[in-house]
Design a protein around this ligand. Structure first.
Ligand code: NAD
Ligand code: TYD
Length: 362
């Protein structure tokens, strides 16, 4: 994860560690066997799944360095004692799906803004204890997103570009990271921010484009492509995203923000074409459906600041996509249990009318 032999931060609080990227971070840190211990605080929303940590929990040496607590980052009573005993907080916890933020923004404000505030307040109290010589001040890493830049029609966003979030999700994420930065400026908290691009890989909740289309295609279900399908995203493999966060945690400068790009820009149509080819399924599954309101056309970031910090992504896109397709083929129990219960109501609400009014994609 980080290149240093002796990690700077040995006791970590990882919030949202049962989600897609957070669980990858936890698995990868523990698998390094470098003595670091992790407390996961996770609310286990529809997107959280303790099974995502099963590989670490099945290994006695790793399990001994992992503690799992079910709780809400917006609950000060749950958060304060945990922050009191760690060297760093890495905040992955968020409501993370743009489409759900359009259906119901409130949960996004609660977790992605107020939750960050509660974590920051707990860090501030610990910084005050540090000022009295009672401990070292904790570092706070806020996991943010390229979506805070808004739609980037051309060129690549740099860290000091204007933020122009356009969905309730990205607006809430922008608020969360700006609040974190304000605690660096105002209170001198040790804060770093990462802005990752669209992430893909194993354990990705099937509401998102790549896992939704893989799992629907395996079942010969329709693939609802929004609008003209020519929106562009930059894809980052999950282990590279988690690794880059670990690298910034260890080496990033306080008060700084780092873009974590994948450098794999594709249109959604190109992604679907690649997935169908790998799965041996026909293009006739694809349906053009009513577009997402306010749909960002393109995200792209310059990540030379991260490169200068010494991080390089490892996974080539073709290999990452192949590994992802294989994982969903081989782990059908994992996603079939998610695609039941709450999922069915969500899927109907999000897609039933769209698919009824859909047209063939040429
Ligand atoms: P995810 O939805 O898979 O996981 C989020 C986790 O947070 C879940 O385990 C959930 O139970 C937990 N959680 C939600 N609300 C909580 C609360 N109030 N208290 C405690 N836990 C709570 O998300 P992800 O895709 O793993 O994203 C992780 C982080 O990375 C998020 O902050 C997201 O904004 C950011 N990010 C994601 C991507 C992406 O493409 N997935 C890209 C850039 C940045
Ligand atoms: P998504 O995985 O939701 O990530 P984000 O909105 O954070 O970029 O969507 C990726 C792209 O795929 C985005 O342009 C929206 C599009 N998309 C579809 O066309 N159909 C779908 O069913 C979904 C979920 C996404």
């Amino acid at each position: 994860m980080s290149d240093s032999i002796e990690p700077r931060f040995r006791r970590l609080l990882v919030t949202g560690g049962a989600g897609f990227i957070g669980s990858c971070f936890v698995r990868d840190v523990l698998a390094r066997r470098d003595g670091r211990s992790i407390t996961v605080l996770d609310k286990l929303t529809y997107a959280g799944n303790r099974v995502n940590l099963a590989p670490a929990e099945a290994d006695p040496e790793q399990a001994a360095r992992l503690r799992f607590i079910v709780g809400d980052i917006a609950d000060p009573a749950a958060v304060a004692p945990l922050v009191a005993e760690v060297d760093a907080v890495v905040n992955f916890a968020a409501e993370s799906h743009v489409d759900r933020s359009i259906l119901d923004p409130e949960a996004f404000l609660r977790t992605d803004v107020m939750g960050v505030h509660v974590l920051l307040e707990a860090c501030r109290a610990e910084r005050d204890r540090a000022a009295k010589g009672l401990r070292a001040a904790p570092r706070f890493l806020q996991v943010s997103t390229d979506e805070v830049y808004g739609s980037v029609e051309s060129g690549e966003s740099r860290e000091d570009d204007r933020l122009e979030p356009r969905s309730p999700y990205s607006a809430a994420k922008a608020a969360g990271e700006l609040l974190a930065r304000s605690y660096f400026v105002t209170y001198g908290l040790d804060v770093v921010v990462t802005r990752g691009s669209n992430t893909y890989g194993p354990y990705h909740h099937p509401e998102k484009l790549i896992p939704l289309f893989i799992t629907n295609a395996i079942d010969d279900q329709q693939l609802p492509l929004y609008g003209d399908g020519l929106q562009r995203r930059d894809w980052l493999y999950v282990a590279d995203h988690a690794g880059a966060i670990g690298h910034v945690l260890e080496h990033g400068a306080a008060g700084e923000t780092y873009n974590l790009a994948g450098n794999n820009e594709r249109t959604n149509r190109e992604i679907v074409t690649e997935l169908l080819a790998r799965l041996g399924k026909p293009w006739s599954l694809v349906r053009l459906v009513e577009d997402r309101p306010g749909h960002d056309r393109r995200y792209a970031m310059d990540s030379s600041k991260l490169a200068a910090l010494g991080w390089t992504n490892k996974m080539p896109f073709g290999d990452g996509l192949a590994a992802t397709v294989d994982w969903y083929r081989q782990n059908q129990d994992w996603w079939r249990s998610i695609k039941s219960g709450e999922w069915e109501a969500y899927y109907r609400r999000q897609y039933a009318a769209r698919l009824a009014g859909s047209r063939e994609a040429t």
